[in-house]
Ligand binder design. Structure first.
Ligand SMILES: [Zn+2]
Length: 246
């Protein structure tokens, strides 16, 4: 039986002479594994559409629960990612995180939309890559159930927090008076940016500006929030750090 599947290729692994095993984040079924037979041959009808970090419409044949891609069309290829090693490395980190948080049979259209918007922003250099990374990390955590409570102080409820402190592990905010051991000091601008990322419309996610120091603080914080909540590191993140300043 043939079906059409739209999805973002998160991973491609070479298999045998010319096949690819794909991990795909699909719109209807969540994470899926499928084989692209002969995808590495020159004459292949699926080579381009089964490349990592490509959003494609795939024609898939299913037999006894195994899926094989027969052909594919690229819907968005994010060409800018392939022109620059740091952008490609950051896109690869996004893919590794998405693979870690997605499950088979559990589609999440908002997560897929965030992934596509973040890769588009990166490919088209809509803003600083650190800002795109921070938006992706924090917004993703919100979508999968780890939204930090940034509206006001967790103790007194004050929302106009002049000297904010954040307890990262619990995602709780404190004012200077109520701060608790283990909380980290935060620039007010960084808090404003966090609130924007948590609350904004998807289309406006990347639309804010932040000074250099606050952006660096935001970037370190969202990364730590994601890795602490997921309780793991990412090889592709370490790799991005090693190439981003080249
Ligand atoms: Zn307080």
């Amino acid at each position: 039986m043939y079906e059409t599947i739209r999805g973002l290729i998160l991973r491609e692994v070479r298999y045998k002479e010319s096949d690819r095993i794909l991990t795909v984040l699909t719109d209807k079924e969540g994470k899926c594994t499928m084989k692209a037979r002969g995808a590495l041959r020159k004459s292949s009808k699926s080579a381009a559409a089964t490349q990592m970090l490509t959003f494609s419409e795939l024609t898939v044949f299913e037999n006894k629960g195994r899926r094989t891609v027969s052909e594919g069309v690229i819907l968005e290829g994010f060409p800018g990612l392939r022109e620059d090693i740091a952008s490609l490395a950051l896109g690869t980190y996004f893919a590794e995180v998405l693979e870690a948080v997605s499950e088979e049979g559990m589609p999440d259209p908002l997560v897929l939309q965030l992934a596509l918007n973040s890769l588009y922003a990166l490919s088209n250099r809509l803003c600083d890559p650190v800002q795109i990374k921070a938006c992706f990390e924090l917004r993703l955590m919100c979508l999968i159930g780890y939204e930090p409570e940034v509206a006001g102080c967790a103790v007194c409820g004050e929302s106009e927090v002049e000297s904010p402190w954040l307890f990262l592990r619990e995602g709780r905010l404190f004012c200077g008076k109520c701060r608790q051991p283990g909380a980290l000091p935060l620039k007010p601008d960084t808090l404003a940016a966090m609130r924007h990322i948590v609350w904004s419309e998807p289309k406006r996610l990347f639309s804010f500006t932040l000074g250099k120091d606050a952006l660096a603080e935001l970037g370190a914080l969202t990364e730590r929030y994601l890795t602490e909540q997921l309780d793991r590191g990412f090889r592709s993140l370490d790799y991005w750090k090693s190439v981003r300043d080249i």
